[in-house]
Design a protein around this ligand. Structure first.
Ligand code: COA
Ligand code: AMP
Length: 636
């Protein structure tokens, strides 16, 4: 690594790898545990490690009560800014703690206790964060499901997490339309085998929902009667939450996050990566349904004593492409975190940033993640704002950044296209198919040497085998990230994209395997393949290539509309599944494997080499022609 060996960053990273006990003991001591851990990291077996096993804490206490004890009770903890409802609301640490304690009382009265699961299916309203923190206060386990998911996806998660209670709201509000959440919840409960005992529903005036007698409880009425509940001490290794993410199959994976490692890692990242201090205003323009929302709308900023912003709106059309700048100026945001797709959307609507007429003097830096930050977007934001733009790479599984420009340690010169250097705690290697390290600038699989630092997933909920098989078996001793890329001669990491069948649409992680399952269930389809192709704003979009069963005659437009409706119904509108092309054959290897990468290259109009293992080379020009006819190639 060329980064200066005398540099602060180099020293910290080296210590975190060569002396992890020393490094993480020091970080653990920054928190106010009920019992400070003596044991730092313990290896269980070849694949499992546990952090801070004898530590006892409560994450909601660290996020709220602790700050009140430190005299920050009157400081604003959370600002709700909702252009879609024309609402702005501020909660001090005291107010937020009181609401959280009261909602914990509601849940406690419904029988929720340590270890019980609570599913939260909510739009971006403060009650979503209050529900998460209330669950944490009781030592129970939350599982937040992104509001854009369908009833089917919600049912899958209910069946896996088996919640005692579901917390939801009557509706969400998208750009100029209401999304009725409650019917989706009712439908999910009908579909699921596991039936939650009770549902707590936050009724929104925009679209109140009918309640089911005996099962549903009105949030406001329950809060009015509830007695506040105290913080329940939990072991560091007890789970705080389960968050489902897309894998390569149709069944989402429940990433399990523990309490202790999570709190230590987030607190460290707020200082080292984001350079955030107590009192700073931190805005992660994401959704609580995603890991960014868990880590940097709710837990990270609050554990660090910052003011967090919960924004119910979009970067564009609510009301215009100046929305981000308005929020930053109005709330004096110091650190902004968003997905590149958001800035691409702003740039499309307002290429000269003419709507950026606000005072952004408080803004220190802009962080981006969720997908690759393309150099064009990097340059546009850097030029228009004249502030450091920091690309950082992470995953639902890690819960915090793996690679970043560590603003709180020292800011390195940025290289567009690179998420800079490994964050202390992460030991990044680039491996080839045989698990051997490749040379600088050579592409390979990005793997993280075990143990993973605190805060990363400890297992997959109810399926440790899937954890070991999915992440730890490919390269023994390493976590296989599923991303490919390279490290250059200066030690900078370039993440180039997934090496599996996961795609990234508008910063949302989706499984093409799951879409294939849905598409192939259509009675006319004999075989199909779904790939992610380039899309100028959302980064990628899914494209289905389908083979029709012999003897069936279908109209391509009607079939496409039916497939689009099926994917919307089964996954949700967020899949942005809009295109299906009928083909006569799919290019395969002689062993029968569909050549997906080749199909992606054809669709993206990139150069490709025809592999020697291809069974039927004539299928390629034929598919390219069909894609051109359907406007797939020319639109990218
Ligand atoms: N609840 C219900 N439906 C939702 C939803 C939610 N929380 N979020 C999205 N949807 C729906 C949208 O209404 C849309 O439906 P439609 O097809 O009927 O119009 C569909 O899902 C696709 O939504 P989206 O991808 O958000 O597209 P968009 O055109 O509405 O907005 C962007 C485009 C770029 C502005 C938007 O995707 C965006 O802000 N992206 C940033 C994402 C982000 O922050 N990701 C965080 C990961 S770090
Ligand atoms: P998620 O688990 O939804 O956060 O998605 C994680 C995936 O998003 C990663 O595996 C990457 O493929 C992609 N990703 C996230 N951040 C970046 C980044 N900064 N650069 C490139 N890809 C990224």
């Amino acid at each position: 690594m060329v980064t200066n060996s005398q540099s602060q960053y180099y020293q910290q990273h080296k210590q975190s790898i060569t002396a992890p006990e020393l490094f993480w003991r020091h970080q653990a001591e920054q928190l106010n545990w009920y019992k400070t851990p003596n044991s730092i990291v313990q290896q269980q077996d070849a694949n499992h490690y546990q952090w801070f096993t004898d530590g006892v804490l409560n994450t909601a206490y660290l996020a709220l009560d602790y700050h009140i004890e430190q005299g920050r009770g009157e400081q604003t903890a959370l600002i709700y800014d909702s252009p879609v409802t024309n609402t702005k609301q501020q909660f001090s640490y005291l107010q937020l703690r009181d609401d959280v304690a009261r909602f914990a009382g509601v849940l406690k009265a419904l029988g929720v206790s340590k270890g019980d699961r609570v599913v939260i299916y909510m739009p971006m309203i403060p009650q979503a964060a209050i529900a998460m923190l209330a669950v944490a206060r009781l030592g129970a386990v939350h599982s937040v499901v992104f509001g854009g998911f369908s009833a089917h996806e919600l049912a899958l998660r209910i069946d896996d997490a088996k919640p005692k209670v579901v917390v939801s709201a009557s509706c969400g509000i998208e750009i100029s339309k209401l999304i009725a959440y409650k019917p989706l919840l009712d439908d999910a409960i009908v579909k699921a085998e596991h039936k939650p005992e009770r549902c707590v529903i936050f009724q929104r005036p925009q679209l109140p929902a009918p309640m089911q007698n005996g099962r549903d409880l009105d949030w406001q009425l329950a809060m009015a009667k509830a007695a506040p509940a105290a913080c329940e001490p939990v072991k560091a290794t007890d789970p705080l939450y389960v968050l489902y993410t897309s894998g390569t199959t149709g069944k989402p994976k429940g990433v399990v996050r523990d309490n202790g490692g999570h709190a230590v890692a987030l607190n460290y990242s707020m200082q080292a990566v984001y350079n955030a201090k107590a009192g700073d205003v931190f805005w992660a323009a994401s959704d609580v349904g995603w890991v960014v929302g868990h880590s940097y709308i709710v837990y990270g900023p609050l554990i660090a004593g910052c003011t967090t912003i919960l924004y119910e709106g979009k970067p564009v059309f609510t009301p215009d492409a100046g929305a981000f700048w308005r929020v930053c100026a109005e709330h004096k945001v110091n650190i902004l975190f968003a997905a590149p797709t958001a800035f691409r959307a702003i740039r499309k609507e307002d290429p000269d940033a003419a709507l950026q007429q606000y005072d952004l003097s408080a803004l220190r830096s802009i962080f981006m993640a969720g997908e690759r930050l393309d150099p064009a977007t990097y340059h546009w934001v850097s030029d228009k704002l004249a502030k450091p733009v920091i690309d950082h790479w992470w995953q639902t599984e890690t819960g915090w950044p793996i690679a970043a420009n560590p603003a709180g340690i020292e800011l390195m010169p940025a290289k567009p296209g690179s998420s800079t250097v490994p964050v202390p705690g992460f030991n990044i290697h680039i491996l080839n198919d045989n698990g051997q390290a490749v040379k600088a600038n050579e592409q390979g699989y990005i793997a993280l040497q075990l143990p993973l630092p605190p805060g990363c997933l400890t297992t997959i909920w109810g399926n440790d085998e899937r954890y070991v098989d999915g992440y730890l078996s490919t390269f023994p001793g390493y976590y296989a990230s599923g991303d490919g890329g390279y490290i250059d001669e200066d030690g900078y990491l370039f993440v180039m994209g997934r090496t599996d069948d996961v795609i990234n649409v508008a910063g949302h992680r989706l499984s093409t395997g799951e879409m294939e399952q849905i598409v192939s269930s259509h009675p006319a389809i004999a075989e199909c393949c779904v790939i992610g192709i380039n899309e100028p704003i959302k980064g990628q979009q899914p494209l289905a290539l389908v083979l029709i069963k012999n003897g069936i005659d279908v109209d391509e437009t009607i079939l496409e509309a039916e497939l689009v409706a099926m994917v919307r119904q089964e996954i949700g509108a967020l899949a942005c599944f809009k295109k299906a092309v009928i083909v006569k054959r799919l290019p395969k290897t002689r062993s029968g494997k569909i050549l997906r990468k080749l199909l992606r290259q054809i669709a993206d109009g990139s150069q490709y080499t025809v592999p020697s293992t291809i069974d039927d080379p004539a299928s390629l020009p034929e598919i390219a022609q069909l894609m051109t006819d359907r406007g797939v190639i020319s639109q990218t």
